[in-house]
Each structure stands twice: as structure tokens, then as C-alpha cells.
Design a protein around this ligand. Structure first.
Ligand SMILES: [Zn+2]
Length: 480
């Protein structure tokens, strides 16, 4: 027993020594030995995780002109900025905006701080003080010293986050860093960042001229760097957001607002709108409840919607829970739907994506899926699916040709002449007319092609202030 324990100790200390040597070599190669802060700049792009136009495709790209990131490894703190030109999802010319991300010592969330510790220099510095271990692995013909350490930060489950860096055995430079963060859809979401084509800046500082960060297989950030400066004299200035302009939103992040209280309204016999920010529909069938868009926003919100549906329609299970489309603001409550045991109804283009994502491990943040031990039951539909019994009918139809999203469904109640939809017609303040937009044109053309006879509209995103929307009002926005 003692002999085995001793052998274990010797092997462990040898590995630890290896890690020390590997990290010392990497630090020297990067020119990071006396590096306490850094600023680097170039052009880049952010990509909107969860807002893909097709769930099997890439995250939509937002270019970052004049990109800059500055990091103080001692604080630790970071600030990144860039100028964006965003194409509105409804169409129209690009809108100029400012991207800024402030990572502060006060908010230690790993989702923020990974921007410091997964950089080549941050990785090596983090590894040096967090009991790193090292192993050798060949990937794609390249020999790597793969160094692993865990963060002082703990995930909601209580475990530390893992950080894994691939240090090129020939150059001693960091080619890739992986970590994992919690995500309501993907569970333990891998964040891979690749650093290639290193160049030398002043004072022997090495920086990667290309950065690509990926989440769930698609880029979430890219940059081509022009240069980097070690220990900039103005680091405090670089890390400080400009004061907010008077009377407008600015540097400081707005305080998070409490979600609107849940409300409900009877639209017709057995048909209820459950509102409060996002609208759901609960429809009473003979022996079950059909829910439209009950998986939006987050798990707690979805659970509240289920409870309200069961209060309005007592003693019946939620059998079907349909979603309009795959965007994460409409699906981040799906873990609760899985635990509820309801069949999640969506267009078939999204089925494989959600089976994979909702079936992934959730060790960082336990959720309704991991607590219930249940698996998602998903029904992928085609152009049309009718739910019907003696008293009630709900039809789901596919909207074709929307720029916003493939697989977008609407719910239609023929008897009640109600149409529920998401992300197309944004009703303006009462009394005003919304400008004509492509999304409304496309939806109306689809509804006319399908011959749907509707009068009342229920938007998943409630108008502000909340009020009923009519067909006449929506058509007026198209000048009809
Ligand atoms: Zn959307």
C-alpha cells in the first residue's frame, strides 16, 4: 500500500515539475515573464450565440472595426471595445453601434473572466499559480504539452472550471486554450480559442495575429491583430469606460430589471394567454393541455407558465409544448419542459440540434434536466401539424422564406380566429403605425397562401404597453 502511494507521489511530483518547466518555457517564449498588463488591437467580429438563422448553421456575425482589448493581469480586469455595424433582422441599412465588454475584479463570473485567462499570456500566468499539470499529446501531427489547471472560481454546482492549454512543444507558444461554461441549452458548453501565426511586437512580446474563439463548434469571436503593447503606461485609462452621456445609455451597464409579473387572460372558452414580457398560449383539450411557447426566457419562467396553465386548466397534464423557433430567448426554458415530460413540438429542421444540446452533460450548473434525469421528447413537424379533438383545434404552420429564422412556426386557432406568432410584427405604441418591414410582408404572404382566417394576433413578444393586436393594425403597417 505504502509503496503504491509512494509511486503515485513520485509520478505526481514529476508531472508537476514538468508543468513548471513547460510553463517557464512558454512564458519566456511569449515574452510574458515581466508582463503585468497588455493591450492589443486589430479588426474582428463577434457572433451571436443562440441566434443562428438556421439551427444547424453558424452564429450570426457582427463585424468589429477598431477592435481593442486591454488586460491587467494583476487586478484582474479587462476591457474590450469596437465599432459595430449591425444589419437589422427585419431588413434596412446597417446601424452603427459600440461594442464594449468590461471584465471587473468585482464580478468574478467565469463567463467574463475567461476572456483574461484563456489568452496565451493569461493562460500561462493562471497555470503558474493554480497547480497545473502537464501531459504530452500529439494533435494533427503536432506535439503538444497539454497543461491543465482549475479556476479559483466555482461553478453553480460547486466544481471549479477547467482550463486546458495546448502549448506547442517546438515553439513553446500557446496554440489553443479550452474551457467550459454553463449554458441553459448546451449544458457544459466548450469554449475553444485558437491562436495562430504569432508575430513579435516590441520588447520580445509575442502575440497571435489570428484569434478564433468557438462555442458549440461555430465561431463566437474572431480577430486579426495588428500589434500588442506590453505593460502600457495608460493601462488604467484603457480599462476605464467613458462616462455615460447625459440623458442616454452609456458606459455603465443598466441595472437588471425584474421580469414582468405573470398575467393571464381568457381569450375564448378553453383558450388562455399567459403574459408578462413573453406571451404563451394554453389551450384546453379533453384530457390534456396544449402549450404554445412555454419554454421561453429561462427555466424559472417556464415553470411559472406551467403552474399558471395548470391553475387555469386544472387536473390535466401538459402533453404538448410547442416552440415558435429555435432562438435561445425562446428556448432557454426548455430544460423545464423536459422535466415536465411534455412533448416539445418544433419544426423538424431544429430536432437534431435540440436532441443533441438538451442531451449534453450538465455538470457545471444542475438544471431541471439533470435533476429530473429525463430526456427530451421532441416531435419535429413538417409544413403543418393539426392538434384536434371534439372541441378544440390548434394548427401549427411553417412560415417560409423569413430572413430571421428557418423553421419558424405560427399557431392558428381556426374557431377562435386567433393567430400566435413570434419576431415578425412588432406592434408600436398605440396610435402609431409601424414602418413596413420585410418580416411582416413575408408572414402576411405566408398567411394568405395558407388561407388562414384570423382576426386577433398574439405576439410572443408583448407590445409595450401590453394590448391586443388586430389583423387590421398589422396590415396597416404594410399600407393596406
Ligand atoms: Zn428570434
Amino acid at each position: 500500500m505504502i509503496a503504491i502511494a509512494l509511486v503515485g507521489l513520485v509520478a505526481q511530483s514529476a508531472a508537476a515539475q514538468d508543468a513548471k518547466t513547460v510553463l517557464a518555457n512558454a512564458s519566456r517564449a511569449l515574452g510574458a515573464d515581466s508582463l503585468t498588463s497588455i493591450t492589443y488591437y486589430g479588426s474582428g467580429a463577434n457572433f451571436n450565440l443562440g441566434q443562428s438563422n438556421n439551427s444547424n448553421g453558424a452564429w450570426p456575425r457582427v463585424n468589429l472595426s477598431d477592435f481593442r482589448r486591454s488586460i491587467d493581469f494583476r487586478a484582474p480586469a479587462s476591457r474590450a471595445t469596437g465599432v459595430t455595424f449591425t444589419i437589422p433582422i427585419q431588413g434596412g441599412p446597417a446601424v452603427q453601434g459600440l461594442f464594449q465588454q468590461n471584465v471587473t475584479p468585482a464580478n468574478t463570473a467565469w463567463a467574463q473572466h475567461l476572456e483574461i485567462w484563456t489568452t496565451p499570456w493569461g493562460f500561462v500566468k493562471g497555470a503558474a499559480v493554480n497547480n497545473a499539470t502537464s501531459r504530452v499529446q500529439t494533435v494533427g501531427g503536432t506535439r503538444y504539452n497539454v497543461v491543465t489547471w482549475v479556476t479559483p472560481q466555482k461553478a453553480p454546482s460547486g466544481v471549479a472550471y477547467r482550463v486546458v492549454g495546448y502549448i506547442n512543444a517546438q515553439t513553446n507558444l500557446v496554440d489553443r486554450v479550452d474551457t467550459w461554461v454553463e449554458n441553459p441549452i448546451f449544458g457544459d458548453l466548450q469554449v475553444e480559442t485558437y491562436y495562430t501565426q504569432y508575430r513579435e511586437a516590441e520588447k520580445g512580446l509575442m502575440f497571435p495575429s489570428t484569434i478564433v474563439q468557438r462555442r458549440a463548434g461555430w465561431p463566437t469571436f474572431e480577430a486579426q491583430l495588428l500589434s500588442a503593447v506590453a505593460n502600457p503606461a495608460n493601462i488604467q485609462e484603457l480599462l476605464t469606460p467613458p462616462p455615460a452621456p447625459a440623458g442616454g445609455p452609456g458606459g455603465a451597464a443598466a441595472a437588471p430589471q425584474a421580469p414582468p409579473a405573470l398575467t393571464s387572460e381568457k381569450l375564448a372558452e378553453g383558450v388562455y394567454r399567459i403574459g408578462g414580457g413573453y406571451n404563451a398560449l394554453a389551450v384546453e383539450f379533453a384530457d390534456h393541455i396544449f402549450l404554445w411557447e412555454g419554454g421561453a426566457q429561462n427555466e424559472a419562467r417556464a415553470q411559472a407558465v406551467f403552474a399558471e396553465a395548470k391553475r387555469l386548466i386544472p387536473n390535466k397534464p401538459i402533453k404538448y409544448a410547442a416552440i415558435s423557433h429555435h432562438h435561445f430567448d425562446h428556448t432557454s426554458g426548455l430544460p423545464a419542459t423536459v422535466a415536465e415530460g411534455a412533448v416539445i413540438v418544433m419544426h423538424q429542421v431544429n430536432k437534431a440540434f435540440f436532441e443533441r444540446a438538451l442531451g449534453a452533460p450538465r455538470t457545471l450548473a444542475p438544471d431541471a434536466i439533470s435533476r429530473s434525469g429525463k430526456k427530451a421528447i421532441i416531435e419535429g413537424i413538417g409544413d403543418k401539424r393539426v392538434f384536434q379533438d371534439a372541441t378544440r383545434t390548434v394548427e401549427l404552420h411553417l412560415l417560409k422564406g423569413l430572413p430571421h429564422a428557418d423553421g419558424m412556426l405560427v399557431a392558428y386557432l381556426p374557431k377562435e380566429k386567433v393567430l400566435a406568432y413570434a419576431d415578425t410584427y412588432n406592434a408600436p405604441v398605440a396610435g402609431r403605425t409601424a414602418p413596413p418591414i420585410v418580416a411582416v410582408e413575408v408572414m402576411v404572404a405566408n398567411l394568405e397562401r395558407l388561407g388562414l382566417d384570423y382576426e386577433r394576433l398574439v405576439s410572443v413578444h408583448a407590445p409595450n404597453p401590453d394590448r391586443p393586436i388586430t389583423k387590421a393594425e398589422m396590415l396597416a403597417s404594410l399600407g393596406r
